[in-house]
Design a protein around this ligand. Structure first.
Ligand SMILES: Cc1cc2nc3c(=O)[nH]c(=O)nc-3n(C[C@H](O)[C@H](O)[C@H](O)COP(=O)(O)OP(=O)(O)OC[C@H]3O[C@@H](n4cnc5c(N)ncnc54)[C@H](O)[C@@H]3O)c2cc1C
Length: 447
C-alpha cells in the first residue's frame, strides 16, 4: 500500500464522506461494469476524438467510462476532498487577501503524501499514478486553485523531471526531500521568453567543479515556498535551443535571489516571482539528465503538465458551480421562490454543468492516454484549452447567479472568477494550445 494510503488510513477508517457533494460520486463510480465492445468497434475510421495510432484489437479492451476510478484513486479523491474542505477551505479567503500561502497548509500537504504522489515509495513518495495526481489537483482546485497549482507544479513538473531524467545519485539526494519536506519550482520563462520559451537568455558555463548560471527567470510559481529550483539555461547558444540544459539550484546558493514577488489578479496565494541568478556556482552533480536535452524535457513535461492545469480548471469550474448552486437552490428567494427555480437560471446552471462534465471527460481521457503510453499531445492541449474556457464561463456566470453576494469579497464566487483567468495563460496560452491542435490536425489531414 502506498504511503499516501497509509497516511489516509485513519480518514478512510472513519468512513467520513466529504462535506461537499461531489460530481465524482455520480460521474465516477468506484466500480463500473464493462460497456459493450460494440461501441468501440463501430467508431468511424476517422472519429473526432481518436488520435492515431488507432487500435484494431478493441474487442479485447475493457471499456469503462472515461472518468471511472479504481479503488485507490477513489480513496485519493475522497481523502483530498475531505482535506480541501476541512483544512484548505477555512483559510482560502484569508490567504487570498494576504496574497500568501499559509505554511501550515504546505506542511499538511507533505504529511498527506500529496507532494510525492508519483514518487516511488522507496524515496518516501506515495508511488501512485499520474491520474491520482490529476485527481488531487482537481479536488484541491474545487476549493482553492492556489493550493492546487502548488501541488500541480511540484508533482507534474518538478517531481516528474527528476524521476524521469535525473541520475540515480541525484534522485537519491533530492526525491526524499521533494516527497517529504521541500517544495519545488520549475524555472523556464524569462522576461524575454514566454510563449517562445526556448529563446531564453539565461546562460550556463562550465567551470572546473561544475557550472555557473547567469540570468533571470520570471513568473516562477512556488518561488516563495520552494527549496529546490529546476533552472533551464543555455549551455551552448551556438547550438540554439539544443544548448538548453536543466540544472538544480538550491535555495541559499550564493548569487541566487528572489528579485520581486508579483501582485496578481487571481491565484493570489500562489507565489509568482522574478528570480535572479548572478554567477550562481553549482556542482556538476546538479546537472539534471543530459547536457543539451533540457528543451526536450521541457516540451515533454509541459505536454503532460497541461493535463494538470486542465484538471485545475475543471475543479475550479465545479467549485464555482457548486458554490452558486447551493446558494440558488437553498438560500436565496426572490418573488416568493428560490432563485434557482427560475427557468432562466436553471437552464444556465444545467448548461454549465454539461460543460464541466465535458471538460472533465477531456481531462481524464488525456490522463488515461498518457498512462496507456498513447499519443496524448493533442488531447492534453484540447483539455487545457477547453477546461480553461469552461472555468472562465462558469465562474463568471456563477457570480451573476449569486447577484450582489457573488460580487463581494466574502464568499468564494468572485475569487473563483479571478482565479479562472490564469488557465488561459500559463503552461501555454490558449493560442499556443490552438496552434498545437491545429498543427497536429493539419498533419493528420494532409494527404
Ligand atoms: C501566475 C503565473 C504563473 C506562472 N508560472 C510559471 C512557472 O512556474 N514556470 C515558468 O517557467 N513559467 C511560468 N509562467 C509563465 C507562463 O508560462 C507564461 O506567462 C506563458 O507561457 C505566456 O508567456 P508570456 O506571458 O510571455 O506571454 P507572451 O508569450 O508574450 O504572449 C502574449 C500574447 O501573444 C500570444 N502569442 C504568443 N505567441 C503566439 C503565437 N505563436 N501564435 C499566436 N499567439 C501568440 C499569446 O497567446 C498571448 O495572448 C507563469 C505565468 C503566470 C502569469
Amino acid at each position: 500500500m502506498s504511503s499516501f494510503a497509509r497516511a489516509l488510513r485513519p480518514v478512510l477508517r472513519k468512513g467520513q464522506a466529504s462535506a461537499i457533494s461531489r460530481l465524482a460520486t455520480s460521474a465516477a463510480p468506484r466500480r463500473t461494469s464493462m460497456l459493450p465492445t460494440r461501441i468501440a468497434t463501430t467508431q468511424a475510421s476517422r472519429s473526432f476524438s481518436y488520435t492515431v495510432p488507432r487500435r484494431d484489437d478493441t474487442a479485447e479492451v475493457a471499456h469503462l467510462p472515461i472518468t471511472s476510478l479504481n479503488d485507490l484513486e477513489t480513496s485519493m479523491q475522497e481523502a483530498v476532498a475531505k482535506f480541501a474542505t476541512e483544512i484548505v477551505l477555512p483559510k482560502a479567503r484569508e490567504m487570498d487577501e494576504a496574497e500568501t500561502m499559509d505554511p501550515e497548509i504546505v506542511e499538511r500537504l507533505f504529511e498527506q503524501g500529496l507532494m510525492g504522489i508519483e514518487i516511488p515509495e522507496e524515496f518516501g513518495g506515495s508511488g501512485m499514478n499520474f491520474t491520482a495526481a490529476i485527481i488531487a489537483i482537481e479536488e484541491l482546485a474545487r476549493v482553492d486553485p492556489s493550493v492546487s497549482v502548488l501541488v500541480d507544479v511540484h508533482n507534474t513538473l518538478v517531481n516528474t523531471l527528476f524521476t524521469r531524467y535525473a541520475s540515480p545519485a541525484l534522485n537519491k539526494r533530492v526525491l526524499p526531500k521533494l516527497a517529504t519536506e521541500s517544495v519545488g519550482a520549475f524555472c523556464l520563462s524569462e522576461p524575454v521568453s514566454g510563449s517562445d520559451a526556448f529563446a531564453m537568455a539565461t546562460r550556463a558555463t562550465k567551470t572546473e567543479s561544475g557550472y555557473r548560471i547567469s540570468g533571470s527567470k520570471m513568473w516562477i510559481t512556488n518561488s516563495m515556498e520552494a527549496d529546490i529550483f529546476i533552472v533551464f539555461a543555455n549551455l551552448d547558444p551556438s547550438k540554439g535551443y539544443r544548448g538548453i540544459t536543466a540544472f538544480l539550484v538550491e535555495k541559499g546558493t550564493p548569487g541566487f535571489s528572489i528579485a520581486k514577488k508579483e501582485k496578481k489578479l487571481g491565484i493570489r496565494a500562489s507565489s509568482t516571482c522574478v528570480l535572479n541568478f548572478d554567477d550562481v556556482e553549482i556542482p556538476k552533480d546538479n546537472l539534471i539528465g543530459v547536457e543539451g536535452h533540457g528543451y526536450k524535457y521541457a516540451i515533454g513535461l509541459l505536454n503532460e503538465g497541461r493535463i494538470g492545469i486542465a484538471a485545475q480548471m475543471t475543479g475550479l469550474a465545479l467549485g464555482a458551480w457548486e458554490n452558486a448552486a447551493r446558494y440558488c437552490w437553498n438560500d436565496r428567494k426572490q418573488f416568493g421562490q428560490l432563485v434557482g427555480e427560475f427557468q432562466g437560471m436553471q437552464h444556465q446552471m444545467a448548461q454549465s454543468y454539461v460543460e464541466i462534465a465535458a471538460a472533465r471527460a477531456l481531462v481524464y481521457n488525456a490522463a488515461r492516454k498518457k498512462e496507456a503510453g498513447e499519443d496524448f499531445v493533442r488531447d492534453a492541449a484540447m483539455a487545457k484549452l477547453y477546461a480553461s474556457q469552461v472555468a472562465g464561463r462558469v465562474s463568471s456566470l456563477a457570480v451573476e447567479w449569486m447577484g450582489g453576494m457573488g460580487f463581494v469579497r466574502e464568499g468564494l464566487a468572485e475569487k473563483f472568477f479571478r482565479d479562472s483567468k490564469i488557465g488561459a495563460i500559463y503552461e501555454g496560452t490558449s493560442n499556443i494550445q490552438l496552434n498545437t491542435i491545429a498543427k497536429l490536425l493539419q498533419k493528420e489531414y494532409t494527404a
